[in-house]
Design a protein around this ligand. Structure first.
Ligand SMILES: [Fe+2]
Ligand SMILES: [Fe+2]
Length: 151
C-alpha cells in the first residue's frame, strides 16, 4: 500500500535527479584542462542515466495516481555542485558529485525501506534498481578522486 512517505520520497528523488541533471550538464560544459576530459565524459554518460531515473520515478508517481512536480516545487540544494570559479578546478566538481551521489544513495535507501514497510514491491524494485546505478556513479567518482589528488 502506498504511504505519504513513499510519495514524498519519490517526489523528492524526482526533483533531486533533475537538479543533478542541471549541474552535471553545466559542469560537463565548463571544465577546462587536461584533467577535465575524463570527468566531463563520465558526467555526459551520467546525465542520461539521471534523466532516465527521473522518468522512472515520474512514471511510478503516475502509477500511484500522483503527478511528478513541475518547476514551482523546485528548491536548489546542490550548493557544492555549482560551476567552479576556476574552471580547471576539477577537484571541486568531483567532491560535489560525490556529495550528490551520497545524498541520492541515502534517499533511495530510505525509499527501499519505506516501500518494504508498506509492502510495495514495485516501488521497492524501482528504488533498488536506481540505488545500484548511484552506487556505480559513486565508485566511478571515487576513482577520479584517487587519480586527481588535491593540489
Ligand atoms: Fe540518479
Ligand atoms: Fe547518480
Amino acid at each position: 500500500m502506498t504511504t505519504d512517505e513513499i510519495i514524498d520520497l519519490l517526489t523528492e528523488a524526482y526533483i533531486d535527479e533533475l537538479e543533478t541533471v542541471m549541474n552535471y550538464r553545466t559542469n560537463a560544459i565548463v571544465l577546462d584542462g587536461i584533467h577535465a576530459e575524463e570527468v566531463k565524459e563520465s558526467l555526459e554518460a551520467d546525465i542520461q542515466e539521471e534523466l532516465d531515473h527521473a522518468r522512472i520515478l515520474g512514471e511510478r508517481l503516475k502509477q500511484l495516481d500522483e503527478s511528478p512536480p513541475g518547476s514551482e516545487a523546485f528548491e536548489a540544494n546542490q550548493h557544492s555542485l555549482q560551476p567552479p570559479e576556476d574552471t580547471t578546478d576539477v577537484q571541486s566538481v568531483i567532491d560535489g558529485v560525490l556529495e550528490a551521489e551520497e545524498a541520492a544513495i541515502e534517499t533511495y535507501r530510505s525509499l527501499v525501506e519505506a516501500a518494504d514497510d508498506a509492502n510495495d514491491p514495485v516501488t521497492e524494485d524501482v528504488a533498488v534498481t536506481i540505488l545500484a546505478d548511484e552506487e556505480a556513479h559513486r565508485t566511478e567518482f571515487r576513482g577520479f578522486q584517487k587519480e586527481f589528488p588535491m593540489d
